[in-house]
Design a protein around this ligand. Structure first.
Ligand code: HEM
Length: 345
């Protein structure tokens, strides 16, 4: 990631969205989209076109998918040309990789994965190609994981820096934990305070704030019904039960009176019980990616500042498939020694 020029204010959220599309592409296709490097260059274009073109098409598709999801069985009534064009653009890009992978020389590489030979890294597309040669099935699976991994991790990272920029003592404490030591994959798991910071961020701003389950058979919820809310609730086979993770994570009976305060230390004092904290179902990859990005930025820059006047106002959020900061996360992130040197020069 190119470092911002000294003390300039910039929207770090935008960079995180480019970073996670690059890393998701690397994981899925075996090749980064390279958007972070071409960012800021109006003429640059990568193997799959301009960063703006693909990212915008992806965002447009997502917006309509949310509306269609809300319309439930009437989803098909929402199908304007803007949505169809955006889908076509996204599919064109993914097809490019699918066709490459289905070519004979790539397929033999993929079969090696299928036969258990050791590859130097895991590429989702190659694993898929070893199991099927149906281009549509492969494309749909790739899109599923691209969608699942991109916005969620960008949302988490944006929120981490949103909170860090407003809580300097947390930033300083984290810097003490991660600077001065070489950070290996194994060590990341032992950085306790970093894990508390990620958990506290996922608690207050869970990237997937609402979720649902559909009953496979007649059943009941043990509590929540009747006047006292302690009676069981009958659920019929096929019923859809929504649950609001955002609201659950802000219950004072679980988290205490300071539930709305960003305070990573609470994780050392009183870790939640099962089902009280549900940001996702164990995405290790996402936690390592978010940890590593945060660590590298902490190691490279010693100062993070927000330019918001009311620093402690609740963030303005955008309803989308994944929770997003509506107005971006505008910060200054710089090395104070480098800035001082430039002031003297
Ligand atoms: C902070 C980052 C992330 C968050 C908060 C998150 C959250 C979630 C949630 C809430 C679900 C639904 C689980 C359920 O209903 O049982 C989900 C599903 C999933 N996630 Fe993540 N996720 C993150 C990152 C990732 C990444 C990086 C990947 C892939 C590399 C990924 C792949 C998936 C997949 C494949 C599914 C299942 C989708 C399906 O049902 O077809 N996620 N994630």
């Amino acid at each position: 990631m190119s470092s911002p020029a000294t003390t300039q204010v910039f929207d770090i959220r935008k960079l995180f969205y480019l970073l996670t599309i690059d890393t998701a592409a690397e994981f899925n296709f075996g090749e980064s989209t390279g958007f972070l490097y071409t960012h800021g260059s109006h003429t640059a274009s990568t193997v799959i076109g301009s960063p703006a073109g693909f990212a915008e098409a992806f965002n447009t598709s997502e917006e309509f998918l949310l509306r269609r999801g809300l319309a439930q069985r009437f989803y098909w009534t929402i199908n304007p040309s803007k949505f169809r064009d955006a889908n076509a653009k996204v599919q064109e890009v993914v097809n490019h990789y699918v066709h490459l992978a289905l070519q004979p020389k790539h397929a033999s590489k993929a079969q090696q994965v299928g036969h258990g030979h050791r590859q130097w890294r895991y590429v989702f597309l190659e694993a898929l190609v070893s199991g099927t040669d149906d281009p549509k099935l492969i494309r749909d699976n790739l899109l599923n994981v691209l969608l699942a991994g991109r916005d969620t991790t960008a949302s988490l990272l944006s929120s981490v820096f949103y909170f860090l920029a407003r809580n300097m003592w947390v930033w300083e404490k984290l810097r003490r934990e991660v600077t001065g030591n070489e950070i290996t994959h194994a060590r990341v798991k032992h950085l306790t305070y970093l894990r508390y910071v990620l958990n506290e961020t996922l608690r207050l701003l869970p990237p997937v704030p609402v979720n649902f389950r559909q009953a496979l058979k007649d059943t009941f919820l043990p509590a929540g019904g009747g006047q006292t809310r302690n009676a069981a609730i009958y659920i019929e086979k096929g019923d859809i039960v929504g649950y609001n993770v955002y609201a659950m994570h802000r219950r004072t009976d679980i988290w205490g009176a300071d539930v709305h305060t960003f305070r990573p230390e609470r994780w050392a004092e009183n870790p939640p019980r099962a089902l009280e904290f549900l940001p996702f179902n164990g995405e290790q990859y996402a936690l390592v990616e978010a940890s590593y990005t945060t660590i590298r930025l902490l190691q490279k820059f010693d100062t993070l500042e927000t330019v918001e006047v009311d620093q402690f106002a609740e963030p303005r959020l955008q309803p989308n498939l994944v929770l997003a900061h509506r107005d971006g996360v505008h910060v200054r992130l710089y090395s104070s020694t480098k800035a001082a040197r430039e002031r003297v020069a």
